[in-house]
Design a binder for this molecule. Structure first.
Ligand SMILES: [Zn+2]
Length: 540
């Protein structure tokens, strides 16, 4: 039994062995309480896996357990218990199989989402969608987010579904009840509240790593990172490289709202200005003097293809030649703060933040930087809002490979208190090239196409340190050419997207028959569109 909110939050059931553990783990990760009803007796009239043979069944069970992410120690204990307990001979043999799986190295592709890239088909109705739709059709009761950190204070701009969609004002009251709980559900994803509180901040064991980081040569560091990421217990949620949970929540909410209103269709203010279908943003973090030296090479490629990008600089890590910064600014590139240093300190503790945040603010102000990305994407959602910045790009939609894994599941900007958050949504060059050693262009293209298909924001994060020279620069150029080929995209700088998202939040839509009026600052840039034409809302 699932509550409707829970079933929706866990993204339905996982087809395959171990689904009954996966759903429970996902539910708990989404902040729901799970219970066993031990007083209800059930009888298995056919032993599990009897159809395919016991050995095969137990092997499959072992694989499923591995993919679920059980610790090897737990698996050894479980296998030993099965092997030793009084059981028919075939059971003992099968348990030995399970033991074998527990200790064997697992084939590539076992890590969550590390296999083939299959972007979710978000525009087609699936069994899951129908079930979800049916289930969400009653009053839902999403559990409160996990306690611990203070909730972000809202400054007029919200993350509720009505504000996300920007629906006609005439619908506001009729949808008040629908909308009330939508912000709680959305922010469970956006602020990573589905994670236990200790995982929503930099991991404690990073302190030791940062203490010796400078002593390890960079190539060895990549190797160690790659081993550490491989050994890490990967979470099933959010999926990588594509996670559609929040996208589907927005769509389900919209469909349900149309049902409540008793209408087939309606209008909303489009997500991007000038009637464009999706958004492309290029950002870079410049990690070292070598990366700084390669900025122009990347900038030339971008400029040639009609792009401009934002460069985030760590403000106290290496000497910055501000004249070169100004030259790039004169070519319409933009600069943001990448914290002070990659030493893991900024978000480590309240004391560190209180000490370092004023320095970040001062240096960013002195150099006219309004954007921010935390070094190594370490973060605390409720502190970023207190920095003197306009927009942030520390969060991803999904990134299990960073020192602080997680993801907002969001392919659109959102409000982190008064700051506009622009989550990066393509996997980082460093991750694909050095950690996973995968074909970057293939993964980038697949994901970019999926984001474009739902009209979202393709926010690229690359580093001149890793992508600013051949053969990687060629790969990056190929990505840019593919992004250029998108049908109707808004190519924008982070500051432009953040400004637009703020303006859109303040706009109001009034619809009279088939005429509409949008009011608000710069409303002439905004367009309304029928929901039936909006891929994110479409059900067919
Ligand atoms: Zn960095």
């Amino acid at each position: 039994m699932y509550s409707r909110a829970c079933f929706s939050a866990i993204g339905g059931l996982e087809p395959g062995l171990g689904w009954d553990t996966v759903d429970e783990v996902r539910a708990m990760m989404s902040g729901f309480v799970t219970r066993s009803f031990t007083h209800i007796r059930a009888f298995h009239h056919r032993p599990q896996g009897a159809a395919g043979g016991h050995l095969r069944a137990r092997w499959a069970a072992g694989r499923a357990a591995y993919q679920t992410g059980y610790s090897p120690i737990f698996m050894l204990g479980r296998a030993a218990r099965h092997t030793l307990k009084a059981a028919p001979a075939f059971e003992r043999r099968a348990s030995a199989g399970l033991l074998l799986v527990a200790i064997s190295p697992f084939p590539a592709g076992s890590v969550a989402g590390d296999g083939e890239i299959c972007p979710p088909t978000t525009t087609t109705a699936t069994f899951h969608d129908e079930v979800r739709m049916a289930l969400i059709d009653e009053s839902t009761n999403p559990e409160k987010p996990r306690p611990g950190l203070a909730p972000l204070i809202h400054h007029g701009s919200r993350n509720d579904a009505f504000s996300f969609w920007k629906l006609p004002e005439q619908w506001r009251n009729a949808l008040a009840a629908e909308n009330e709980e939508s912000e709680t559900v959305a922010e469970n994803f956006l602020f990573e509240r589905y994670l236990p509180e200790p995982q929503r901040r930099p991991p404690a064991n990073l302190r030791a790593y940062y203490a010796i980081k400078r002593l390890i040569p960079r190539t060895l560091r990549h190797l160690l990172n790659s081993i550490a990421v491989g050994a890490r217990r990967h979470s099933m949620f959010p999926n990588w490289p594509c996670e559609s949970a929040l996208t589907e929540f927005w769509r389900t909410w919209m469909q349900r709202s149309l049902t409540v209103l008793g209408v087939q269709d309606g209008w909303h203010i489009r997500f991007w200005p000038s009637n464009l279908d999706c958004c492309v943003v290029l950002t870079h973090d410049v990690e070292s003097p070598a990366g700084f030296d390669r900025m122009e090479a990347m900038a030339d490629v971008e400029e040639r293809l009609g792009f401009r990008s934002a460069w985030n600089l760590p403000l106290a890590q290496y000497p910055i030649d501000w004249k070169r910064v100004e030259k790039l600014r004169a070519r319409c590139f933009e600069f943001g703060a990448h914290g002070l240093n990659h030493d893991g300190r900024l978000f480590r503790s309240e004391k560190d933040f209180a000490l370092l945040a004023p320095l970040v603010n001062r240096l960013a102000r002195e150099h006219g930087m309004r954007g921010f990305r935390g070094p190594s994407t370490l973060r605390r959602a409720e502190w970023i809002d207190t920095l003197d910045i306009d927009h942030d790009s520390t969060f991803s939609d999904t990134d299990p490979f960073e020192p602080q894994p997680g993801g907002t599941c969001s392919l659109f900007p959102f409000f982190l208190g008064r700051v506009v958050e622009l989550p990066y949504s393509l996997p980082q060059d460093h991750t694909l090239i050095h950690v996973l050693r995968r074909n970057a262009l293939q993964i980038w293209t697949a994901k970019a196409q999926w984001i474009a298909s739902v009209g979202g924001m393709i926010l690229v994060l690359t580093h001149p340190d890793y992508s600013g020279f051949e053969p990687f620069l060629g790969e990056y150029e190929a990505l840019l050419k593919r992004l250029r080929a998108l049908d109707s995209a808004w190519y924008a700088l982070p500051s432009e997207v953040a400004a637009w998202w703020r303006q859109r939040a303040q706009m109001k839509l009034f619809v009279n028959n088939d005429d509409y009026v949008i009011t608000g600052h710069d409303a002439s840039r905004a367009c309304a569109r029928r929901l039936s034409d909006e891929p994110l809302a479409r059900w067919d």
